[in-house]
Design a protein around this ligand. Structure first.
Ligand code: PA5
Length: 452
């Protein structure tokens, strides 16, 4: 049986008319993308280099094993954007949904806190927890550049908290560039165990490097199986003819939808475990393709929850959206006949939540077809390390192929870097006096203010 399947019926003009894609356009674009794919496989991007990705496994496992002796209770992960979203997605898909709540859910693994924001409100609360078990806390600091102010400030804070405990330097693991950046300099000086983000793999493409694999390994997740899934997807994309190739067809659809004015790309998992996957995708598509006036806007939506929040807009609002459903059948839970005197509830009594979930998905998809809103469905039959690895690699390839067709560099993020520079300037970093003055001018210019 197939593990991941894509149904594109709802996106084709033969199903939804003028808002859909003509098959001729789809296959013409796919053919162009396929030519590019062949070139890429001859000279692969670093994120496709499985020799490189697998070369880190030994070191990852060695450090993950060595921290076991500390009987870690709290795992605190510091990182932002591509440095945290992959781990968040993996934990969300593969750990108990209430992992932190009690020891039974955790099966001997530590509680985890992924700090991808610097709002002191949350940081203070995590610090209160950590302070009770400082000597049983493992800190993982992740920053490719080793310079990001959010991550560096968090590191300064948490290091101070752990510093009074024995062996604290062995309970701080740093993942950063192998040569450049302040974090690497700190590792050299303070001697923390460290792993490298491989050269040429930027944050949002780094989930299958130590960035996502080390925290997963600490949590007992089978990282080799995840890489195996990704590598099998690599092989499938390489050998499958373009008309049946999920990566090529998906890249063509998302691109054609964008240029046909469907610029809002909604990803709507009907599966709680994949809800964080849409956050990961949101960054991947936005930061990779949002350049030179290009780029669809990725939107996260959750089935069934957002049927009661967003669906009205998708059905009857502007025809500027394309919906990707991620469907997974999941577990069963019978609905008992506990309110037998209401005959209108008979249609639910004795049925299963799983079937209701499926019915809601089918109902939503049908309503979109009737509204002529394009949608496609990716069914993930099993959720495990293997399929998650495959899904990560599938979307990384989709975005790399789309970068080609937009003729942009999908791997840089000059806009994000600019924001970082201004932040550092406001905080008084030397050499950025000019940028600081620009912000000060913003603050003193006469404002158009409206208040309560
Ligand atoms: O994808 C990217 O490159 C960015 O989102 C980065 O991951 C993010 O800005 C954090 O950067 P760094 O890992 O250098 O701290």
């Amino acid at each position: 049986m197939k593990k991941i399947e894509m149904d594109i019926t709802g996106v084709l003009s033969r199903t939804i008319g003028e808002h859909g894609i003509e098959e001729k356009d789809l296959y013409d674009t796919s053919m162009r993308l396929d030519d590019f794919k062949k070139k890429v496989y001859k000279s692969p991007y670093p994120f496709m280099d499985f020799g490189l990705l697998k070369s880190h496994i030994g070191e990852i496992k060695k450090i993950a094993d060595s921290v076991k002796r500390f009987k870690i209770k709290n795992l605190v992960i510091l990182g932002i954007g591509g440095s945290s979203l992959g781990t968040e997605t993996i934990f969300h898909a593969l750990l108990h949904p209430f992992h932190n709540l009690d020891t039974k859910n955790r099966e001997g693994k530590p509680r985890y806190f992924i700090l991808d924001n610097i709002d002191p409100h949350k940081i203070n609360k995590v610090l209160e927890i950590v302070e009770k078990d400082r000597d049983k806390t493992l800190l993982i600091v992740i920053s490719k550049s080793g310079e990001t102010p959010e991550t560096m400030s968090q590191f300064m804070l948490f290091k101070e908290v752990l510093r009074s405990t024995k062996n604290y330097t062995e309970r701080i693991v740093v993942i950063t560039d192998s040569k450049k950046g302040m974090l690497r300099e700190i590792v050299k000086k303070e001697g923390y165990p460290s792993l490298s983000v491989p050269e040429g793999i930027g944050g949002r493409f780094s989930v299958l490097t130590p960035v996502g694999l080390f925290p997963s390994s600490v949590m007992g997740i089978d990282i080799e199986e995840m890489l195996r899934g990704a590598e099998d997807m690599y092989g499938y994309i390489k050998k499958t003819p373009y008309r049946k190739n999920m990566a090529v067809i998906l890249a063509a659809i998302l691109y054609l939808m964008d240029i046909q004015g469907k610029k809002m790309h909604v990803m709507m998992p009907y599966c709680e475990r994949l809800s964080a996957f849409s956050d990961w995708f949101r960054q991947l598509e936005a930061e990779s393709l949002g350049k030179a006036g290009n780029g669809p806007t990725p939107i996260k939506s959750i089935g069934v929850t957002d049927q009661h929040s967003q669906l009205q807009l998708y059905i009857d609002g502007p025809k500027d959206k394309c919906i990707t459903f991620l469907y997974h059948g999941g577990e069963k839970r019978g609905i008992p006949d506990s309110i037998p005197y209401i005959t209108d509830l008979e249609y639910l009594a004795g049925k299963d939540m799983k079937d209701l979930f499926y019915a809601e998905f089918l109902g939503t998809r049908r309503s979109l077809i009737e509204a002529r809103t394009p949608s496609l469905t990716i069914t993930v039959h099993e959720i495990n390390e293997y399929t998650l690895g495959a899904m990560f690699f599938l979307y990384e390839m989709v975005i790399a192929l789309m970068g080609h067709i937009y003729n942009i560099n999908a791997f840089d993020q000059p806009g994000v870097e600019l924001g970082k520079i201004y932040t550092k300037a406001v905080m008084g970093k030397k050499g950025l006096e000019k940028q600081k003055k620009t912000i000060e001018k913003d603050l003193t210019t006469k404002k158009h203010l409206i208040g309560f």
